[in-house]
Design a protein around this ligand. Structure first.
Ligand SMILES: Nc1ncnc2c1ncn2[C@@H]1O[C@H](COP(=O)(O)OP(=O)(O)OP(=O)(O)O)[C@@H](O)[C@H]1O
Ligand SMILES: [Mg+2]
Length: 273
């Protein structure tokens, strides 16, 4: 069980301010959806929470059960139950997938997991996401297809059993069966009374995971928070209504369809002059 609090968070990368005062609270049993136009700070927020060093926090706080997350190393954050499935999982030739997973699992434990138990859990997780078993013996993500990389992120999540699962566009590149596996993995977190922070552009994916809270991030700020109705509105009208309501100019040059059915983007493009 864990409560994540983000207070007036300002973050810069390469001397450019990306996040401009984010406030967010995530409690147990909650699924938070984070939407927003491309390049407006969604991945920056998730990566900053996880501790990616290129993001510099210039102001504000991140607290996990009252503890200062910003003072924690990345591995301490993971040990405390934070997990991030990356938007672009890196390829790491030379590191065997199963060795990486076992080290990651062991680093969270006082006593190493028995090989028998680890193999059982790994085989089950691999089966759950429908990856061929031989992929766990290949180099980490090396030559994996886009969908295979995302499935591998879910294997990590299932083995590491986080309190707060952050998923950055996990759905991109996944087929319908794999999406169901993601939904199941999120539900497993919630069954353990954890929580999730999920970034996606797809209304259909959000229908599957049923977020309890919805936020829209624009120009580094959460401008709108509410329930699933916001997603339906974005699906129909894109992000223009936010611009109108808040007088913020969303950079439409970056609104491009990255795949068929990209809800908010697809509809928005109809209005691009
Ligand atoms: N090293 C860097 N130098 C300059 N700008 C950067 C750097 N890294 C990231 N940015 C910028 O930070 C901004 C926010 O990026 P971020 O990845 O958080 O967007 P996002 O909301 O996740 O977008 P998407 O929906 O496309 O994934 C972007 O404009 C990006 O170009
Ligand atoms: Mg992103």
């Amino acid at each position: 069980m864990a409560k994540l609090e983000i207070k007036n968070l300002h973050v810069s990368v390469a001397d450019k301010e990306i996040l401009k005062g984010i406030n967010l609270e995530i409690n147990d049993n909650e699924i938070h959806a984070l939407l927003g136009p491309n390049g407006n700070g969604k991945s920056t927020l998730l990566s900053t929470i996880m501790g990616q060093p290129k993001y510099i926090v210039t102001k504000g706080q991140i607290l996990l059960d009252g503890q200062d997350v910003l003072k924690m190393s990345v591995d301490t954050r993971a040990k405390c139950g934070l997990f991030l499935a990356l938007q672009y999982p890196p390829e790491i030739p030379g590191v065997i997938n199963s060795d990486f997973l076992r080290s990651a699992v062991n680093s969270k434990l006082d006593k190493p997991i028995s090989l028998y138990k680890f193999i059982n859990e790994l085989e089950q997780a691999t089966k759950d996401v429908d990856l061929p078993l031989d992929m766990i013996h290949r180099y980490l993500n090396d030559g994996f297809s886009g969908g295979e990389k995302k499935r591998n992120e879910i294997i990590q999540m299932k083995l590491l059993k986080p309190h707060i699962a952050m998923l950055d566009e996990i759905d991109s590149g996944l087929d319908v069966d794999a999406l169901q596996a993601v939904v199941k993995a999120i539900n497993e977190v919630i069954e353990r009374h954890g929580s999730a922070l999920v970034v996606s552009h797809y209304a259909r994916f959000y229908q599957m995971i049923k977020p309890t809270h919805v936020h829209v991030i624009v120009d580094g700020q959460i401008l709108v928070s509410g329930n699933e109705e916001i997603i339906q509105k974005i699906d129909k009208e894109g992000f223009d209504w936010i611009k109108a309501e808040y007088g913020i100019d969303i950079n439409k040059k970056e609104l491009r369809p990255s795949s068929i059915g990209l809800c908010g983007v697809k509809e928005s493009l109809k209005n691009v002059k």
